[in-house]
Write a protein that binds this ligand. Structure first.
Ligand code: GLU
Length: 440
């Protein structure tokens, strides 16, 4: 039987970490086995579902690189992929149960499904065999008086119609799975293989909810300067430990290694520090062009502009090891893009405390001004010569120059900054620093 898995979100709000990880495990299963990954929007609850939430979920999945083979925007043989558009199918399936004598009406017109009231065992890839004793619950309403169907019914009908072979979903659904199997049996259909994946907990052990730190994909990751590859990698480890050396694994490696049976049955703990660590690792591996492409929206959002892409790429690349998020980049590179950057107050105070600093900077400006070449080594030589003429070490000169060229006390190598902004701006910035900060 071909492997067909699905992600079936109810669009009540943002895509959050738990949903994204469910989608991810399904995607890995499909890609590992050469099967199909179906996206089905479970939007039968008109009061709680919104088109906006559905669009947000699709956007988050695309950002993570979780492409689907069938579903909204891509189509497929089993559509429509919005449950709100599948009423005819549900009516036909309802009829089957009616014909089999498995439904009856309540006084208010709602329709109930007669449970089999037998013991039902779920053979779960993650949780093992879970047996439910014959139920004593009242029969289940599957159709409301207004003709709309409830979740358990449409969920099962669609898994049959979409020929789903494996259902990987949150553990919160395990307790109802016997109802689903009862329905599959009533339809004469073989239930899929289930894998109920553990919950994600906050660091303090409470269940992670929509309001917790790091829970919303768009807000906490996309807009916060995470890289999709890093989030992808981190989410995989929430409940799964790939059998490999180390945790930092590429998308291809994760696909190769994925095995649903290795998913932990115990709950996973979310750790923002670890997510940030992953992001920092992925960030520093990007080449300059790729880093600029990803950083661009965050730089322009802060009003930074440039015409020379190569220079901008080199600028962000020069600080890649200093940051863990793309959102931190503007504060580290803003002076590459503007001449009116502010000077940090404590640095100004430190420089003013030493009267010889002005002379040192002037000497540097003189020697740099004489340079005919403008490479990192030539800038370095000129700075060294200026330092020598004052009998100070180049190490004493560098912080001064860094301050003049960037207004701050930390950043990439000073020669890198000078080289990237060019000779003219380097000299002008030294003059500005002398005037504005050192009062000369
Ligand atoms: N719409 C359900 C949910 O979002 C899907 C459950 C399932 O995957 O079967 O929880």
């Amino acid at each position: 039987m071909p492997i067909r898995v699905r992600f079936a979100p109810s669009p009540t709000g943002d895509l959050h970490v738990g949903g994204a990880r469910t989608a991810l495990f399904n995607w890995l299963m499909a890609r590992k086995t050469g099967g199909k990954f179906v996206l089905r929007v479970e939007d039968t609850d008109g009061a709680r579902n919104t088109a906006e939430a559905a669009a947000g979920i699709l956007k988050g999945m695309r950002w993570l690189g979780l492409d689907w083979d069938e579903g909204p925007e891509v189509g497929g043989d089993c559509g429509p992929y919005f449950q709100s558009q599948r009423k005819d199918i549900y009516d036909a399936y309802f009829k089957k149960l009616e014909d089999a004598g498995r439904v009856y009406a309540e006084e208010n017109g709602a329709m109930r499904f007669k449970f089999s009231r037998t013991a039902i065992t779920v053979h779960d890839l993650v949780c093992g065999d879970v047996t439910f004793a014959p139920t004593e619950e009242p029969d289940m309403t599957i159709r409301r008086p207004d003709g709309s169907y409830i979740f358990h019914f449409v969920n099962v009908v669609d898994d049959i119609e979409m020929r789903i072979s494996h259902v990987i979903r949150g553990e919160d659904h395990l307790s109802n799975t016997w109802k689903h199997i009862d329905l599959f049996n009533a339809f004469g259909a073989t239930p899929p293989t289930y894998a109920h994946i553990p919950l994600i907990l906050n660091p303090d052990g409470t269940k992670m909810s929509k309001r917790d730190e790091g829970s919303a994909i768009e807000h906490s990751y996309m807009n916060a300067g995470f890289l999709p590859a890093a989030v992808f990698n981190y989410l995989c480890l929430l409940g799964w430990t790939p059998k490999a050396a180390g945790e930092k694994l590429s998308r291809q490696e994760l696909v190769m290694l994925f095995d649903a049976e290795e998913i932990h049955s115990s709950n996973a703990k979310f750790d923002m520090k670890k997510a940030l660590w992953f992001n920092a690792q992925y960030l520093r591996e990007l080449n300059a062009e790729e880093l600029l492409r990803l950083a661009k929206p965050f730089l322009t959002a802060k009003g930074l502009q440039w015409s020379d892409d190569a220079m901008a790429a080199a600028a962000v690349h020069s600080v890649r090891e200093k940051v863990s998020l793309l959102t931190e980049l503007p504060e580290w590179v803003h002076y590459f893009f503007r001449e009116d950057f502010p000077f940090e107050a404590d640095v100004v105070a430190k420089l003013k405390a030493k009267p010889e600093n002005g002379g040192l900077l002037k000497a540097a400006a003189d020697l740099l001004g004489q340079s005919t070449e403008w490479t990192e080594p030539s800038v370095h030589d000129a700075v060294e010569a200026a330092a020598k003429s004052f009998s100070v070490k180049p190490g004493a000169m560098m912080p001064l120059l860094r301050f003049a060229l960037s207004g701050q006390s930390r950043g990439p190598g000073v020669t890198t900054i000078a080289h990237l902004i060019g000779k003219e701006k380097t000299l002008a910035r030294i003059q500005r620093a002398l005037g504005a900060a050192l009062g000369e």
